[in-house]
Ligand binder design. Structure first.
Ligand code: PNW
Length: 473
């Protein structure tokens, strides 16, 4: 028995990052400001007062980071393109220096045999578009399609796999209802408009990718496994609401061209009542995808809660009559997120049951954990909790594949410790430790563990291929 779960021979092992979280160099080579540059300056917005001004200085150290990827042996590297590098004010001609950076990165990846997977939008909206209404206005979706075409024209000859949006749930609801993410709006209905415009933007972006000849395109959703804390009817109803808002709000329009219903109201009605909905939108939103990206971290165990009316304009956007309940017996990561690896298997098999052939092949586009890493004096980190997390979640993916779910890849979040949004640099998700004073990178024990897993998977795949070739002779 191997210490590692086993995977199909062509399974893609990867790691993921995003531009604002690692690049730094926010004013270099013509980059314009993004909503995160602005949001980070708001007092109290980020835990330690940090921002992405320097981050991991990846913009200047990308060669070193590609060398780390090459040594790790990953098949795929998922990174994001910063929209404000390509279009400093969110529209008009491309800034050639912005595109050049990503073009060089892609060449370096290909030279080491790594497949690049590009995310077009990982939350860094050009500030100029926010000033014009951001995702709350429909024009931003059209701007996103123009930007997609510029990036695809420059990179689609070499980048096979494309992700339009990263986690639109976060952009819509954390950005416009909770306010803990940029742009930090705390209203209700605007979050629903943002959600709809993000979906429309995804659909338009898919069209631009197709026009550029892209054959592997999809979206990355942060889906969760939802269950009720108790069997009480009110808690079960709360779980239906949470499932609707966290999962079905996205999978239903994308995969079935409709908004979901709850027992009290339907999102369809909510959205229809609003003036932002246009005829034909859902056909656009449900353009066929080649894969569904799922970012998975933790399950949601919920119970009923009284309706909170924090603002008069919050009337329909957040059905907040549910709240997260403790998960008994589960270890918690440094994010305080409960660890229940089997819920990833349950999520995958339930999506497979719910959508059948309408579910495209799946890539787990993010999965990983922030831990209380304690570096030794030489900078090494024995992050056994992170290894356990990754082993058990990869095991859950392997089990889902054995149960018939078509999962094609898994990307660890993240290659490097980085800027963890409103948690600043306090929370470390990397399999490589970053000393932010020196920018020194030190692979953690989890990096070495993942390297061995990939190497063993390759050996096994090689053995199987040889055996098949032998049997065919
Ligand atoms: C994702 N939540 O963010 C992002 O795609 C990454 O950029 C991020 O670093 C990673 O997960 C770890 O947090 C999320 O509140 C942020 O439910 C917040 C939530 C979910 C995902």
């Amino acid at each position: 028995m191997s210490e590692f779960p086993s995977f199909p021979p062509d399974f893609a092992f990867g790691v993921a990052t995003s531009a604002y979280q690692i690049e730094g160099a926010v004013s270099e080579d013509g980059r314009g400001p993004s909503i995160w540059d602005t949001f980070c300056r708001r007092p109290g917005a980020v835990l330690d007062g940090g921002d992405g001004t320097t981050a991991c200085d990846h913009y200047h150290r990308h060669r070193e980071d590609v060398a780390l990827l090459a040594d790790l042996g990953v098949d795929t590297y998922r990174f994001s393109v910063a929209w404000p590098r390509v279009q400093p004010t969110g529209s008009g001609a491309a800034n050639p220096q912005g595109l050049d950076f990503y073009s060089r990165l892609v060449d370096d990846l290909l030279a080491t045999g790594i497949t690049p997977a590009v995310t077009l939008y990982h939350w860094d909206l050009p500030q100029a578009l926010e000033d014009a209404g951001g995702w709350r206005v429909r024009d931003t979706a059209a701007r996103f399609a123009d930007y997609t075409a510029l990036v695809a024209d420059a990179l689609a000859d070499r980048v096979p796999r494309w992700i339009t949006l990263n986690e639109p749930w976060c952009s819509a609801f954390l950005g416009h209802a909770g306010g803990e993410h940029a742009p930090g709006v705390r209203l209700g209905t605007p979050a629903l408009a943002a959600a709809h415009h993000l979906l429309v933007g995804h659909g338009l972006s898919m069209g631009a990718l197709r026009a550029a000849g892209v054959r592997e395109a999809g979206i990355a959703l942060n889906l969760t496994h939802v269950s009720a804390a108790t069997g009480r009817p009110e808690d079960r109803a709360a779980a239906v609401r949470a499932e609707t808002q966290r999962n079905l709000m996205w999978t239903e329009p994308l995969l079935r061209a409709r908004y979901p219903a709850t027992e009290t109201d339907t999102w369809e009605e909510l959205i229809e009542r609003e003036d932002f909905r246009r005829a034909g939108d859902l056909d656009l939103v449900s353009a066929p995808m080649d894969f569904l990206g799922i970012n998975y971290y933790t399950p949601s165990v919920v119970r009923a809660a009284p309706y909170q009316e924090p603002h008069p304009d919050r009337r329909h956007a957040m059905d907040n009559r549910f709240t997260d309940a403790p998960v008994p017996g589960a270890r918690r990561t440094a994010m305080d997120w409960p660890v229940v690896p089997g819920t990833l298997h349950s999520l995958l098999t339930s999506l497979h049951r719910r959508y059948g052939p309408a579910l495209p092949p799946v890539h787990i586009t993010e999965n990983g954990s922030a831990e209380h890493d304690v570096p030794a004096p030489d900078g090494t980190v024995r992050d056994t909790d992170r290894i356990d997390y990754l082993r058990d979640h990869l095991g859950a993916v392997a089990d889902a594949i054995a149960d018939g779910v078509d999962v094609r890849g898994h990307y660890v979040w993240s290659l490097l410790d980085n800027f963890e949004w409103s948690y600043g640099y306090e929370r470390r998700f990397g399999i490589v430790h970053v000393d932010y004073r020196t920018q020194r990178r030190t692979p953690k024990a989890s990096y070495h563990w993942y390297r061995r897993l990939i190497a063993e998977a390759r050996t096994v795949a090689g053995r199987d291929a040889k055996a098949r070739a032998g049997a065919a002779r």
